[in-house]
Design a protein around this ligand. Sequence first.
Ligand SMILES: [Zn+2]
Length: 186
Amino acid sequence: MTSRLSRLAVALVATAGATLGVTVANPAPASAAMTICYNTSQAGSYAGTANQAASIWNNATVNLTLSANCGSNLRIYQITGGGSYAVRTSLGNGRVYIDTQQAAQYSPLRIMTHEIGHILGLPDNYNGNCAILMSGGSAGTGCTNPYPSTAEANRVSNLFAGTFSATDRSADIFRDSWPAALAPVS
Ligand SMILES: [Zn+2]
């Protein structure tokens, strides 16, 4: 009886020590940048384009890092017909679909960075300005600029700094029309 109690006491002490060790080894993390793991296993011929777009966003922003094939916050798909689009399930999470027919007409890299921009919290801004990434196809087939403007990049950085707005965090589907019809003047 004494021996069983002793063994129990030893086991309890060991458990307490292990728990304490875990606690010490894992202090509360600082406000770390979000890593967005993107998966290109379904991206077909656009896997390389996705990598280029990730580099563009990583270079232009802070507070987030797009990283290849470490998980599946963001899945990239190649589709044919129906138009490219993005499905944001929450900020930094979702799916991007690249339409081969559109990508044959417009810059595939601009389409890719634009659609990923939706996942990163940006809405469309169809103003026809090629310097604005989120103007998408409204800037015409001749526009191959794949870079977000400074304002667009800063907005993403701020979103990931935690200053979210309810709209930008929300789940949404962005069905892009390239070319997009210009918004009617009202
Ligand atoms: Zn769009």
